[in-house]
Design a protein around this ligand. Structure first.
Ligand code: CDP
Length: 237
C-alpha cells in the first residue's frame, strides 16, 4: 500500500478514551479527527431544548423527525482553542453537550433510524477525502465498512467510570461516581442492543483493551498496526 491517506475507524464502549486516542492518532498522521458522538449529543440537546423529554425517556419519533428536517449541524476547527467545535443551527454547543443530562438521554436519540440516517450522511461526507480518524459506535460496521484500519477499544466498566468522573470534575461539571458508572452501563446496553447499527466489533476490527495501558503504550500498539497495514495492506496479518 502506498502513502495514500487512510480512513481509521475507532469504535468501542462508552468512555474508554476513544476521543483522546483518536486525537493523538490524528495529530501524529496529520489527519482530521471527527467525533461522531458529538453529533448525536447535539441532536439530543436540541430535543431537550424543545422539551421533548419532559415526561419520557424516549420521545415520540414523529416529533424527532420534524426537529431533524431543518436542523443544521456543522463541525468547525477553532484554532485558538485548538479543538473542533460542534454548531447546532449556527450556535456553538460544544460546552453544553458533555454533561450528565445529555448523557442520560443520548442513547435513546441515537437508536432512532431517522437520526442515524442524517448523521451517517454527514459523517460520510466529512470522510470522503480520507485522511480521517473517526470515533463512534458504528464507524467500522456501517459508516465506513471499507476503512483500512478498524480498532475496537474497550476497558473495564470501573476504569471507564473513573476516567469519565475525573474528566467531568476537572471541567468543573457536577458528577457522582455511581451515577457516571450507571450511565455508562446503561448506554452500553442500549447502544449494543438497538436494532439499527448496534455497537459491535466489526469482524475485521482489532480489539484493544486499554484498562491497564498508558496512552504511550496505546500509541506504540497503534504504530505497529499502522506499519503492518502500510506494508501488507492487511491489519489482521
Ligand atoms: O461518552 P462517550 O464519549 O463514550 O460517548 P460519545 O462518543 O460522546 O457518544 C454518545 C452516544 O452517542 C453513545 O452512547 C451512543 O448512543 C451515540 N453514538 C452512536 O450511536 N453512534 C456513534 N457513531 C457515536 C455515538
Amino acid at each position: 500500500m502506498g502513502q495514500e491517506k487512510l480512513i481509521i475507524a475507532l469504535d468501542g464502549h462508552s468512555s474508554c478514551g476513544k476521543s483522546t486516542y483518536a486525537k493523538l492518532i490524528a495529530a501524529e498522521l496529520g489527519y482530521s479527527y471527527i467525533d461522531s458522538g458529538a453529533m448525536y449529543r447535539a441532536v439530543t440537546l436540541a430535543a431537550m431544548d424543545t422539551g421533548l423529554f419532559n415526561d419520557t425517556d424516549a420521545p415520540p419519533f414523529s416529533r424527532i423527525e420534524s426537529l431533524l428536517g431543518p436542523m443544521e449541524l456543522k463541525l468547525k476547527h477553532n484554532p485558538d482553542k485548538q479543538r473542533t467545535e460542534i454548531f447546532l443551527n449556527n450556535r456553538m454547543v460544544e460546552d453544553f453537550i458533555r454533561g450528565m443530562e445529555v448523557s442520560a438521554h443520548v442513547s435513546y436519540i441515537a437508536a432512532i433510524s431517522a437520526v442515524r440516517r442524517k448523521m451517517v450522511e454527514y459523517q460520510r461526507m466529512l470522510g470522503h477525502e480520507k485522511g480521517v480518524v473517526m470515533d463512534g459506535r458504528d464507524i467500522g460496521t456501517v459508516v465506513f465498512p471499507n476503512a483500512e484500519i478498524k480498532i475496537f477499544l474497550t476497558a473495564s466498566l470501573e476504569v471507564r467510570a473513573g476516567r469519565r468522573y475525573r474528566e467531568l470534575i476537572e471541567k468543573g461539571m457536577p458528577a457522582d461516581f455511581e451515577d457516571v458508572q450507571k450511565n455508562l452501563a446503561k448506554r452500553d446496553h442500549i447502544d449494543s442492543n438497538r436494532a439499527d447499527s448496534p455497537l459491535k466489533q466489526a469482524d475485521d476490527a482489532m480489539l484493544l483493551d486499554n484498562s491497564e495501558m498508558t496512552l504511550e503504550e496505546q500509541m506504540i500498539w497503534f504504530r505497529d498496526l499502522y506499519e503492518r497495514v502500510r506494508s501488507t495492506g492487511d491489519e489482521t496479518y
